[in-house]
Design a protein around this ligand. Structure first.
Ligand SMILES: CC(C)C[C@H](NS(N)(=O)=O)C(=O)O
Ligand SMILES: [Zn+2]
Length: 315
């Protein structure tokens, strides 16, 4: 359990129960599976939610690459609960579940998350629990370690690991995404990786300041920006290219786009600012700050059949 003032946050056992309950309560709509285990043997849960025909566009939501960003796990749980409980009653939810395949990984880094609160007070832990810890969001395989956007020092909070995908958890997600290539086509078309904090919507590339690059054309950039801007209008976050914040190399967004052509965003959630305490908003804000992203999630899902439609292009 979490410390006082934070008890509504789900620890790993509570997360597992909540996911199992959602799947049990919604057979034929929600299915719980695992994409493998973490370094310390915890399941990396995957909840799939759909009533759509096989072959429908798939959208992936990943949460908690960074351990201390506990609000993101609650964001992924919000997506699970909204698209299961709301099916058949909420028209927007029903329309999307009938036409899309929704995939949710509520915690990419369950070991780091447990370690962060295990003592009853927060450690400010970010990385996974492999050796001195790897920053999972610097361990992905596109332009890994290229550009000063990560550290080679194992003690650093942005340690990139010993090589691309040296972390068990990034390997599991990589392998899962690769498994969604069916008949030579990647079925996942769009993705959000949830982080805290700063209230931003970010898109590739992170490894370069340039707004285009190898594998990312001016039209691609225009589509990313247009959809990012539309999503930001619904939640009040600031939309910008990832590198406008700072250069990162080996990030999930760059790999999802470059390796699989997935329109991949990072959402930095609430609060807008706050030092180390910014990672630990009291549990009173969970409902408001997760529901704040409902409309953006619906926008991404609605464009998932052809994201370039957002700038009037066809697929
Ligand atoms: C997605 C990138 C550009 C920002 C992110 N910030 S965070 N969530 O670690 O504070 C990070 O450094 O990985
Ligand atoms: Zn983060």
């Amino acid at each position: 359990a979490f410390p006082n003032g934070y008890q509504d946050y789900h620890d790993f056992a509570e997360l597992t129960s909540a996911l199992q309950r959602a799947a049990d309560d919604h057979p034929g709509l929600a299915a719980l599976s695992t994409i493998g285990t973490s370094v310390e043997g915890r399941n990396l849960w995957l909840m799939s939610i759909t009533r759509a025909p096989a072959g429908s566009p798939e959208v992936l939501f990943t949460c908690q690459q960074h351990a201390r960003e506990h609000l993101t796990r609650e964001m992924c749980l919000r997506i699970v609960n909204r698209f299961t409980d709301g099916y058949g009653s909420d028209p927007a939810v029903t329309r999307l579940v009938d036409s899309r395949i929704i995939r949710v990984i509520p915690s990419v880094n369950p070991d780091g998350a447990e370690y962060d609160h295990a003592t009853g007070s927060f450690r400010g832990w970010r990385k996974n629990r492999q050796g001195q810890g790897t920053d999972l969001n610097r361990n992905w395989g596109h332009q890994w370690g290229c550009c000063g956007g990560s550290s080679s020092s194992p003690s650093s909070d942005t340690y990139r690991g010993t090589g691309a995908f040296s972390a068990i958890e990034t390997q599991r997600v990589r392998n899962y995404v690769a498994s969604r290539v069916v008949g030579g086509e990647q079925r996942i078309t769009a993705h959000i990786d949830f982080h805290t904090y700063s209230e931003l919507i970010l898109w590739p590339y992170g490894y370069t300041y340039s707004d285009t690059g190898p594998g990312l054309s001016a039209q691609d950039a225009a589509a990313f920006r247009a959809l990012g801007t539309q999503m930001a209008q619904t939640n009040g976050y600031t939309p910008q290219q990832s590198s406008d914040l700072y250069i990162t190399d080996g990030s999930i967004n760059d790999w999802m786009w470059a390796a699989h052509g997935i329109y991949s965003y990072t959402f930095e959630m609430y609060p807008r600012s706050g030092g180390l305490n910014g990672f630990y908003p009291i549990d009173d804000v969970i409902g408001r700050e997760t529901a704040r992203n409902d409309a953006a999630v619906d926008l991404l899902l609605s464009y998932a059949d052809c994201v370039p439609r957002v700038i009037g292009a066809s697929c």
